[in-house]
Design a protein around this ligand. Structure first.
Ligand code: GLA
Ligand code: ZN
Length: 672
């Protein structure tokens, strides 16, 4: 939770180095009108604040900060280190990154520096220290925001040298590395760490060496953490009571966010669902953010108050959409509602990106009116659900190493070349989400014992004590659901000796003999044993494991092909619990009915009965329990709260029993 927060922070990024004082005064008035109580600045102003190496000029920022203080608006202060000044790139070209194609890049862009460059780190630390010293006693400083959206991958000589050192630390000797990487394949033996090259297009290893890729991705995360800590450790020293974070980019694949966020005081998410995303994808990512720090509330650090500018067609958000998506973020664990950005940029790539205040510079717009309505509602809600957590009985394991191994390393060896981890994970998440069954997204280091049911689809890599933890979970009575592409490799992306799913073989009571990838036009059928699920058969696609049982019970068998009649869904009792193995990619109808079976068996029920397309979540802190009811339908519909009694925080209405929720509207219900 954000230290010392006394209400939901509502506001966002503000980049006033693009306009004059008169416009800033207009903005202040409009901020008050809209209930804005937090601004993030000066994310991109390094060039302005340090025009020459070591020469700082904070006059502009001081003046602004005074204005915010006068207007009682809190500040999320960003170290401006995401966009280094031109003098820095010019004087010390080593701060510029080298890309995957091996090209040394020239100055420009943002997040366009080598995160391992000692010079970059030296200058970034210096300005961070200047800011910390200067503003440490500023009364409205409530958050630090380090740089912006880390995630560049650099392939420069500094990184290469550091990577070799990183490997030395991990493997100790070159012999050990050769063995762990199994470099005997294609005669890739190395005799010295200096012979290891970064996986670039120059050598094509980024396509053909799963293990090297995986270690490179791990190395980038570790290096980025160092880069974050380079500044965060200074801020911490000067302002131990101010929450420190860095905002997570939508390209979450670039860094292991479980590791990254373990260094942050709170998770901060830049929430940019694509217009074509369904709401399960949106909710999945929000639940993932809540999961990163073991279920703690997080910040929605950015979202667009209207259109995003990078879509091929940058559609407007429809009336009410920002409000709906904002409450949805809070429903899944956010304690803030922040925009990028408060006033629209006047030039550059983002000049047509949505903003609360448009180029017109007044409040007479649909977006501003909607924003002001939301601002006043949030004022009313105050601190009711700050820090509140969600209780879930279903966990879903999400693992960056498996993701990377599958999509960024193994992609050229997998039977299916276009495997998309997130999309596949969301298929398992969707029926639970749509059924209003709370789900925690949990990392392999998480505490599994909290759950009755653990979904572990595509858990490709077994490492550390993961297998022991899964065994203990089932042994003690849990239900594990795992699938094709699980347990196939060790921590170095090396195939298990013995059959898949390797260490999960005794737990699932099956072994996999072959994997048959299907063409997009092909499918198979899952023919169910009587009484297992409501239908007698379901469709399946994408890939089919040909498996054999060794202790598991067969619940369904393939209906087609040479493996017709062999098992595709099994259940195995182990200790007090059981493990299901789903050998293929079942259709949505199966996933829905299967989720109902598994949850039903474990006594897990939806939060409340509700009409279709009504999203329900529940958060509790030590003061309140709040139920969020979001009606995504464009007509009024219902949810049934039984004998539970609430007061709707937005309307002050008492709510109990079967309740009508107006069309495309939300209810924020405090339990009595
Ligand atoms: C990102 C960045 C912002 C801005 C927004 C635009 O997430 O952090 O600086 O570019 O996107 O939506
Ligand atoms: Zn580099």
């Amino acid at each position: 939770m954000i230290k010392n927060a006394d209400r939901i922070y509502y506001g966002g990024d503000y980049n006033p180095d693009q306009w004059d004082d008169a416009a800033i005064d207009v903005d202040m008035k409009l901020f008050k009108e809209a209930g804005i109580n937090l601004v993030t600045l000066p994310v991109f102003s390094w060039a302005k604040l340090e025009p020459e190496e070591g020469v700082y000029d904070f006059t502009w920022l001081d003046k602004l900060m005074d204005k915010f203080l006068e207007n009682d608006i809190k500040v999320c202060l960003a170290t401006p280190t995401t966009a280094q000044p031109a003098w820095l790139s010019r004087k010390y070209p080593e701060v510029l990154p080298v890309d995957k194609q091996g090209r040394k890049r020239t100055h420009g862009m943002r997040v366009f520096f080598c995160y391992n460059s000692p010079k970059y780190r030296e200058r970034a630390a210096a300005i961070a220290e200047q800011m910390a010293k200067r503003y440490k006693d500023y009364p409205n400083l409530v958050l630090w925001h380090v740089a912006n959206e880390y995630g560049t991958h650099c392939y420069c000589p500094t990184c290469e040298k550091k990577f070799r050192q990183w490997l030395k630390n991990r493997y100790g000797t070159i012999e050990n590395l050769n063995e762990k990487w199994m470099t005997a394949f294609w005669g890739r033996t190395v005799y010295d760490f200096d012979e290891i090259m970064l996986p670039t297009e120059l050598n094509d290893d980024y396509r053909f060496n799963p293990t090297l890729n995986l270690d490179y991705m791990r190395f980038v995360t570790d290096s980025t953490i160092e880069c974050f800590e380079n500044e965060a450790s200074i801020l911490r020293k000067y302002t131990p009571n101010v929450t420190i974070q860095t905002n997570i980019s939508g390209h979450i694949e670039n860094l292991n966010q479980f590791k990254m966020t373990s260094h942050m005081d709170i998770v901060a998410w830049d929430h940019y669902p694509r217009p074509q995303d369904d709401k399960s994808m949106r909710a999945f990512k929000l639940d993932l953010m809540r999961g990163l720090k073991g279920g703690q509330s997080f910040m929605m650090q950015e979202q667009s108050p209207n259109q995003q500018n990078w879509q091929p067609v940058s559609k407007l958000k429809r009336p009410g959409e920002v409000r709906m998506i904002s409450y949805e973020a809070m429903a899944h664990g956010s304690d803030t509602c922040l925009y990028f950005q408060l006033r629209q940029s006047v030039a550059g790539q983002e000049m047509y990106h949505g903003a609360l205040i448009t180029h017109g510079g007044h409040g007479n717009t649909r977006v501003f009116r909607e924003g002001a309505r939301l601002g006043h509602e949030l004022e009313k809600i105050g601190d009711t659900f700050l820090g509140a957590t969600t209780r879930a009985e279903v966990g879903l394991i999400f693992d960056w190493d498996s993701w990377w191994a599958l999509e960024y390393g193994a992609v050229n060896c997998l039977p299916q070349k276009d495997f998309n981890y997130i999309k596949h994970m969301v298929r398992y998440y969707r029926p639970l989400f749509e059924g209003n069954i709370p789900v925690d997204i949990v990392g392999i280091g998480g505490d599994f014992s909290k759950y009755k049911v653990l979904y572990a689809p595509y858990l490709y890599m077994m490492q550390g004590d993961l297998s022991e933890k899964l065994h203990a979970f089932v042994e003690q009575g849990g239900t594990l659901v795992t699938t094709t592409l699980s347990g196939m490799v060790d921590e170095n992306s090396k195939a298990v000796f013995g059959d898949y799913p390797g260490l999960l073989r005794d737990l699932t009571g099956i072994w996999v003999e072959e994997i048959d990838p299907l063409e997009p036009s092909e499918g198979n059928r899952m023919v169910m044993e009587p009484g297992v699920l409501p239908e007698s058969a379901y469709g399946c696609e994408y890939q089919c494991d040909v498996i054999h049982t060794e202790g598991a019970e067969v619940l369904a068998a393939y209906g087609e092909d040479f493996y017709k009649g062999t098992p595709c869904l099994t259940e195995h009792t182990y200790g007090k619990g059981k493990a299901y193995y789903i050998a293929t990619d079942p259709d949505e109808a199966f996933l829905k009915d299967f989720a109902a079976r598994v949850c039903g068996e474990a006594g897990i029920r939806p939060l409340y009965p509700a009409a279709e397309n009504v999203e329900l979540t529940k958060r509790s802190n030590d003061r309140n329990t709040v139920v969020f009811a979001l009606n995504h339908n464009h007509e009024a519909t219902w949810a049934d709260f039984g004998t539970d009694r609430f007061v709707d925080l937005l309307t002050d209405r008492e709510v109990t029993g079967r309740t009508e929720i107006p069309a495309y509207d939300v209810m924020i219900l405090k339990q009595k």
